[in-house]
Design a protein around this ligand. Sequence first.
Ligand code: ADP
Length: 623
Amino acid sequence: MRKKQFKAESKKLLDMMINSIYTHKEIFLRELISNASDAIDKLYFRSLTDETVGMDKGDFKITIEIDKENRALTISDNGMGMTADELESNLGTIAKSGSLDFKKDMEEKSEVEIIGQFGVGFYSAFMVADKVSVLSKAFGSDEANIWVSEGAEGYTVEPAEKENAGTVVTLYLKEDTEEEKYSDFLETYRITSIVKKYSDYIRYPIMMDVETTKPVEGKENEYETVSETKTLNSMIPIWRKNKSELTDDDYNNFYRDKFYDYEKPAKVIHSKVEGQATYDALLFIPQKAPYDYYTKNYEKGLQLYSNGVLIMDKCPDLLPDYFSFVKGLVDSADLSLNISREVLQHDYQLKLIAKTVEKKIKSELANMLKKDRETYEKFYNAFGMQLKYGLYESYGAHKDVLQDLIMFVSSHEDKLTTLNEYVDRMKEGQENIYYASGETKAKIDMLPQVEAVKDKGYEILYFTDNVDEFAIQMLMTYEDKHFVNVCADKLDLDTKEEKEEIKKENEEAKDMLDKMNGILGDAVNSVRFTNALKNHPACLTSEGMLSTEMEKVLNSMPNNENVKAETVLEINANHPIAQKLKELSDETLEKYTKLLYMQARLIGGLSIEDPAEFSRLISELMV
Ligand code: ADP
């Protein structure tokens, strides 16, 4: 029989498994049992509509057998089975490739991370076995086949004998080493505890012959060893159990195994709801964003079960986009088993469930914010952006849910703050919530206007994500307070006298200011003196809805429409430059005007169109 080669990437993964130093090698059993359970699910589903299956729910089972003599461990199921072609395509290539960007992950992630995160399925058998055989007969087929591999060199597939549909996976365990006693996996107590730990909730019985010592009936002090077939798993899904029966470890293990995270969740939400909609939900808020979270490849959704039977792996309708980071499942008896995706979308029960799930997530997050600030901030650093997108993309429609969950870094103690906290701290007579946008907090602090506003004792929120200002515009107000960009002309911090003074100043210099505006042409709407600056000679402020920062964001997007914020060049009336300008010849005024404008752009984090001109003008003045 000619050996066939594994596909390149499968071979790599296999090599990794064979030489694995992963300390939790026991997870191989979880992977094989989970495959067996999936295969049974398929046939069970089939049996609901196809009488020829000829099996009842109670007939399905997974069997584990131990053969110490041959160092063999066997996991059998009476599920769907595989044809020769399926054996080849399913076991010869990586099935997980969909969820793992393999080449990239192999380079960037450690073995522990890859195994922990993705489970790596069937191949994990090679962590403990040096030879694996898979005998399988597909449902509806007359012939069986056996797939055998002794590692990365390749595998064979040959016809074989098997009576019923299903699969028998046999592992020939590696020789014991100093680090690892593989023969432990031939002990019933060990297998029993692994099954309990990882596979307790599997819905089909996992059976094994277990030897127990019992007193001989009728005879005192005499014992005999009898072999009994036992069901190792409780078959009760964890979410059906009472919270009081479950430990943090139970939840965390379940989460890690099922949702491929190697960290425990930031928050577990286990709820049993009765009423208009009746369901059990087990939800998890991860600590970190998955690597593909902020990409198009990320699929949101919760697993949907009908009375313990999985009917959809990622039901998107159960989660709003702004909570797309939530993992978990919903199990409801109100949903029909055979419901199609299309019908499901419009299902009234499902909508009710989605509504309550959303409310629950919101209240749990609000609770976390109140009671466990540290964890919330960690969560917020991972997923806060998504909440802000939620505000923006729904045009503020979900404001009630989201406005108290978002946070920004504030000039008050340089920490994340909620809008509520900001408003509580507002000064007597402060009308607005002040913010400034920029790439980083440090750059924002360099903005001339920020310095001036902070100097007057007002708190400023730093908007450093592109989405921030857009999201806030959707919110419009928070507790009737308006949001004001300190770089926009709406700022109204001057006293009455100051206002009078600057008005006079602008009127007196009108001719010169108009001249300057003429020099700059379309680049600015007007040029004027201001009182609002402290040390800087000039700055740009924006008028209207679009700030200069938003201009930058919009123009950095693909197929941008080259929008332009309406800006005003403001000159610091208290800076020596203000006096100087009035003394200049027309020719020099032109140079100064251009330079002031370019300076204002640069300090505002915007680029200048003609750096060469900037350089030339400066050197002319220097010489
Ligand atoms: P995954 O289970 O994540 O798809 P695996 O590597 O564990 O990845 O398995 C690869 C594929 O082989 C499965 O998707 C399934 O189609 C098939 N398979 C594995 N074990 C069995 C089994 N016991 N019965 C039927 N098919 C199986």
